[in-house]
Design a binder for this molecule. Structure first.
Ligand SMILES: C[S@@+](CC[C@H](N)C(=O)[O-])C[C@H]1O[C@@H](n2cnc3c(N)ncnc32)[C@H](O)[C@@H]1O
Length: 296
């Protein structure tokens, strides 16, 4: 770190003035202005000179420049065309960074990894995410089984708590199940609003997700596992039976079969979705095929 780092109020303001840049709230533009937080993110990421890093939303390059100093290569996706000349300027000292001016939800990420990061031993995704699309970004990358070993990502605190929630807790839901199916999750640090320009309206958290080498549960159909866990939380206060009566096609007609399926999976129909472990959802998922009338 040095006094020319981008992640300081002084340098960030100077860049904003130089480029006449105005933040777009709709793109989740809250830039980091604290080098300590960036250092914490980098340390949690276990990056070394053989690591390839993917960054979503480099902004003006505050995190990117520190990643470029630590990793072998950085591949950054930035949707906002106005930031491209700023990044060309701020990242000019580094020849190991590629900036792709694309929407991360539309980009062909796997192809870009093959083109730019194929000679890296390990690939990490490290980002201060645009909060309005945290879940689609992560789910898209996880569901497509991209070759990413882990993720260290800043997001809205409430969403981070849902990703990392344990069974039975208030934040536990279908997002916790989906994330924990693919990764081991860990809370890194809670971040105050004051380290951003402009400060966001919500608190933030950095979460680390380590991709599992082997799935935590064996299921015949991953999508069905997530559909069933979403269905169980359709109305949090309802029992699992009542939620499945409404989410399963013609569930009212086939209530007895739903009861049979729950019983064959050792699930008490009066339980609520938040009390079921991922192993129990996997049971439900693998048993469903025995009940041809029950489709979701
Ligand atoms: C929270 S800011 C982080 C900026 C910078 N990394 C920092 O920490 O200072 C989110 C960044 O994501 C970019 N962004 C928003 N939506 C995006 C998308 N769909 N694809 C790629 N980048 C996006 C924004 O333009 C912005 O630069």
């Amino acid at each position: 770190m040095n006094d020319k780092d981008i992640a300081t109020p002084k340098r960030t303001k100077a860049l904003l003035d130089q480029y006449g840049f105005k933040f777009k709230k709709s793109l989740g533009q809250n830039f980091l202005i604290d080098t300590n937080i960036i250092q914490n993110i980098i340390s949690a990421s276990d990056i070394d000179e053989n690591t390839g890093v993917i960054e979503v939303g480099p902004g003006m390059g505050s995190l990117t420049e520190q990643l470029a100093r630590t990793a072998k290569k950085v591949l950054a996706f930035e949707i906002d065309q106005r930031l491209i000349p700023v990044l060309e300027d701020t990242l000019s000292p580094y020849d190991n960074v590629t900036v792709v001016n694309e929407d991360i939800l539309k980009a062909h990420v796997e192809k870009e990894i093959k083109t730019h990061l194929q000679d890296c031993d390990k690939i990490m995704l490290v980002a201060n995410l645009p909060y309005y699309i945290t879940t689609p970004i992560l789910m898209n990358l996880l569901e497509n089984h991209l070759p990413i070993d882990g993720y260290v990502v800043m997001m809205q605190k409430e969403v981070g708590e849902r990703l990392n929630a344990q069974v039975g807790s208030k934040s536990y839901g279908s997002l916790s199940i989906a994330c924990q199916y693919y990764t081991e999750t860990e809370r890194v640090l809670v971040v105050p609003k004051t380290v951003f320009m402009p400060p966001p309206n919500v608190d933030s958290i950095v979460i680390k997700l380590t991709t599992r080498k082997e799935p935590i549960v064996e299921v015949d159909d991953e999508k069905l596992l997530f559909t069933l866990s979403k269905g169980a939380f359709a109305q949090r206060r309802k029992t699992i039976l009542n939620n499945y009566i409404s989410t399963i096609k013609e569930g009212k007609l086939h209530k007895d079969e739903i009861l049979e399926w729950l019983s064959a999976s050792n699930i008490d129909p009066k339980r609520r979705g938040e009390t079921l472990t991922i192993q129990e959802y996997a049971h439900l998922c693998n048993n469903l095929k025995k009940y041809p009338n029950l489709s979701v």
